[in-house]
Design a protein around this ligand. Structure first.
Ligand code: R2B
Ligand code: URA
Length: 310
């Protein structure tokens, strides 16, 4: 595996645009981005997306629509007269996508398979659009390990449910392993956006990416559970000892596929609960909604800072 930090030109053209590491795409008449309801033949992707600098992803369509409105306010962006914010991928009935100037706000659904499909298509979208040095940031939710609910966690490493630091994908009957890597500088820059006045902590650590919300995260409240509460506690304590701060369901493919594409990427999640204290997400809806704004605020500060210094 080639390292993005030591050989960035393996991944990008001199102007910063994304190189595709798939020789087949260039030979195709057109490339249909099926789950985004876009295509290189049917849409002028350079005109539509060439100016994208930040691709923000999160699980739900509604959160990403809200983020699009929020970031529009924050960066003082005005939509062209006579236009309204629209879900560009509306007719895919799969993912939602909103564009606010240099910011793309996209939903990725839940879990590895869902975000994996989206990443293939968004990486190709950035390639077709000739976008320069786009940064990908996932703004999500997670379960915290020994952290006060509402804590913001920036991932600096990702592990799967077996403790592996790579994304294992069966390809043509063989397991291919792709390393999980986040951009260290981006992690530091995001951490620096935390304000000591914020009424919650922002911390950096390893994120465990589970394949399931229930048994895969050691919960005792799924439809099935063949272990004891004590087994669960021993497992979760072990995770904490190994540096894991939070558990979610997309960090492994997100870090591995962005790294494979030479795209700088980070994940900022808010903990909805402390898994050492329980399994059920039982805070009131208003509390959960406010928690979900926290990663958005941090990322908005980062985006504003970068637009100012350009
Ligand atoms: C966090 O929340 C979702 C499960 O509730 C999942 O997408 C994740 O990573
Ligand atoms: N998302 C997860 O994947 N796990 C949690 O505990 C909360 C949100």
């Amino acid at each position: 595996n080639i390292d993005l930090e030591t050989s960035p030109d393996m991944f990008r053209y001199p102007d910063g645009s994304v190189k595709l590491r798939n020789p087949h795409i260039e030979l195709m008449d057109q490339d249909i981005l099926y789950h985004l309801a876009l295509g290189s033949g049917s849409h002028d992707l350079v005109e539509m997306f060439g100016d994208v600098k930040f691709v923000c992803m999160g699980g739900t369509p509604k959160r990403m629509e809200n983020f699009a409105h929020y970031i529009m306010e924050e960066i003082g962006y005005q939509l062209p007269t006579g236009t309204a914010l629209m879900d560009i991928s509306q007719y895919s009935y799969r993912y939602s996508m909103y564009k606010v100037g240099p910011v793309l706000s996209v939903s990725h659904g839940m879990g590895i398979a869902s975000i994996g499909i989206l990443l293939h298509e968004i990486i190709k979208l950035m390639y077709h659009a000739k976008a320069k040095d786009p940064v990908f940031i996932r703004i999500g939710t997670c379960g915290g390990l020994g952290l006060e609910p509402g804590t913001v966690v920036i991932s600096d490493d990702a592990v799967d449910g077996l403790g592996n630091h790579f994304y294992s994908v069966p390809i043509l009957g063989k397991v291919v392993k792709r390393p999980c890597k986040f951009d260290k500088k981006l992690v530091r820059e995001l951490k620096a956006m935390a304000d000591p006045e914020d009424p919650y902590d922002t911390t950096v650590g390893t994120t465990m990416c589970a394949e399931d919300f229930y048994e895969g995260q050691g919960r005792c409240d799924g439809a099935f559970c063949d272990y004891t509460e004590a087994d669960k506690m021993q497992y979760l304590e072990g995770l904490i000892k190994s540096g894991v701060k939070n558990i979610e369901m997309e960090a492994v493919p997100f870090s591995a596929l962005t790294n494979q594409a030479g795209i700088r990427a980070a994940i900022v999640c808010v903990t909805l609960l402390n898994r050492i204290k329980g399994d059920q997400v039982c805070s009131p809806k208003e509390v959960i909604n406010e928690y979900q704004l926290r990663p958005q605020k941090l990322v908005a500060r980062y985006i504003k800072r970068h637009l100012q210094t350009k």
